[in-house]
Design a protein around this ligand. Structure first.
Ligand SMILES: Cc1cc2nc3c(=O)[nH]c(=O)nc-3n(C[C@H](O)[C@H](O)[C@H](O)COP(=O)(O)OP(=O)(O)OC[C@H]3O[C@@H](n4cnc5c(N)ncnc54)[C@H](O)[C@@H]3O)c2cc1C
Length: 455
């Protein structure tokens, strides 16, 4: 045979594993290489361990809410070591399942780093062996970025290390304004850390609807999470057992950990893509077409390394579509529009479709429906957390362009709202749905009054 494999996949994360399995089941001879742990970011140090920590952090609010419902919770205490180790056990179990599924599908797994030698050859770094393949799939994901020139940056951590901390930080400073920053702020705050977010922008969660962003600022401050906007870190020093952080205004703050969540970059450095002639964009992402094919015929790329929509379900869909297109004779372009997303903060956010500003920009006249209320579940407890819901509707057609919720269970609601947005339903069709009472979600189909147009 001309090549050792039909397909060589670099990176056993969400996208790579799916592509490898589907291609192998279609009859291709497939190998996959993984330099860290099989399962990738989502399973090992992203969505899964993060969500488990979110569940852990939610208990403090449940304990605070309990007396209003007649419960007395005495001397509740928290053990970071127990939560951390239980989360890691689950991560290891899932990684094992991914491994088993690859084996069952007939994929050969190499647990080491792979780099490209040319358009059909990869080199395994540990063993030094070179393997050839008719096609190579780059599924190497992304990695947290760090401001390398910041004095004292060696004392900072990223989300990668946050899951494995030896000691629970009593005080944590989180640098960044995206969903990872906000989620970790809520995790550590919920578990008992004194938490502060430092962000160079004037508001968190760029790219989300402005009303949601404002709501999350109000709720975070009400919870007691410190928000220092338009602020950067200029120096970190170790002082005894703690860290002294100097901020751009000259203020210094003490913390036990400084977590940087300032963005991620595609994992393409040192991969040898230049040797194969693969073109990257200015952010270092592999440029691909709608079938995930790069400018080199034999090389494809999927998931975060292409920096399209950096979410697990997208990487999985990219990987599946690639395998269907190439090995199942079913050309499948991926439509990256209307991908629902969540921020597992307090309150959690679920969102799908266009935010108001983008909708006004791309669709002209839009109607806005909005409600802001304290949900029934918070009445007896005295919990002041409020829920915000918002619909963005195209005025000329009545089509739902966006659904945005910040409130308990918002991500669960939005998974279903995404069906309506993806299907292009109108607000009239949405409203013809019966409410389900008593829920918070029923408010979504009961918003009758438009918000007056901004003057
Ligand atoms: C803290 C955090 C929370 C997140 N939460 C969510 C969430 O709630 N929901 C959601 O949808 N998404 C979430 N994401 C994003 C999600 O994890 C990614 O979008 C998804 O994992 C991308 O899948 P992928 O297959 O492209 O890459 P990855 O899952 O990153 O897999 C790439 C793999 O390639 C390996 N690799 C890299 N280079 C090489 C090489 N040269 N040789 C061999 N192996 C290599 C890496 O070790 C890695 O295992 C989160 C991310 C982070 C960081």
């Amino acid at each position: 045979m001309k090549y050792d494999y039909d397909l060589f996949v670099i990176g056993a994360g969400s996208g790579g594993v799916r592509a490898a399995r589907i291609a192998s089941q279609a009859g291709a001879r497939v190998a996959i290489a993984e330099e860290y742990r099989i399962g990738g970011t989502c399973v090992i140090r992203g969505c899964v361990p993060k969500k488990l920590l979110v569940y852990g952090a939610e208990f403090s609010q449940a304990f605070a809410d309990a007396p209003g419902y007649g419960w007395t919770v005495q001397s509740a205490s928290f053990s970071w070591a127990t939560l951390r180790d239980n989360v890691q056990k689950e991560v290891t179990r899932l990684s094992g399942l991914y491994n088993t599924n690859l084996l069952k599908a007939g994929v050969t797994a190499y647990e080491e780093r792979a780099e490209l030698v040319d358009a059909h050859t990869v080199k395994l770094k540990k063993s030094g062996s070179e393997l050839t393949a008719e096609r190579i799939l780059i599924a190497t994901g992304g990695a947290p970025s760090l401001p390398a020139d910041l004095p004292g940056i060696e004392h900072g951590i990223t989300s990668n290390e946050a899951f494995l901390l030896e000691k629970f930080p009593e005080r944590i400073l989180i640098v960044g304004g995206g969903f990872v920053a906000l989620e970790f702020a809520n995790i550590f705050h919920g578990l008992g850390s004194q938490t502060r977010i430092v962000h160079r922008g004037d508001r968190m969660l760029r790219g989300f609807d402005d009303d949601l962003r404002a709501h999350l600022h109000i709720e975070s401050e009400r919870l007691g999470i410190g928000l220092a906007m338009k602020t950067t870190v200029t120096r970190i020093e170790k002082t005894g057992g703690a860290l002294r952080v100097t901020l751009s205004g000259g203020e210094t703050a003490e913390a036990d950990q400084v977590l940087f969540a300032v963005g991620r970059h595609p994992n393409t450095q040192g991969l040898g893509l230049d040797r194969a002639g693969v073109k990257l964009d200015s952010a270092g992402a592999v440029i691909v077409d709608e079938y995930s094919q790069s400018c080199v015929e034999s090389i494809y790329a999927i998931g975060d390394v292409t920096n399209r929509t950096n979410l697990t379900p997208v990487a999985i869909r990219d990987g599946h579509a690639f395998a269907d297109s190439v090995y199942n004779n079913r050309p499948t372009p991926v439509d990256h529009r209307s991908v629902p997303s969540a921020v597992f903060g307090r309150p959690p956010i679920g969102t799908v479709g266009l935010c108001e500003a983008d909708a006004r920009h791309s669709h002209g006249e839009v109607d806005i429906y909005r409600t802001n209320f304290r949900p029934m579940r918070n009445m007896l407890s005295g919990n002041q957390e409020r829920t915000l819901m918002k619909l963005v509707v195209e005025r000329s057609t009545g089509k739902l362009l966006g659904v945005h919720v910040a409130g308990e269970d918002a991500p669960e609601m939005i998974q279903l709202a995404a069906v309506a947005v993806k299907a292009g339903l109108t607000k009239k069709q949405w409203d013809s749905t019966f409410a389900l009472h008593p829920t918070a979600a029923e408010e979504l189909v009961l918003m009758r009054e438009k918000v007056a147009d901004p003057k």
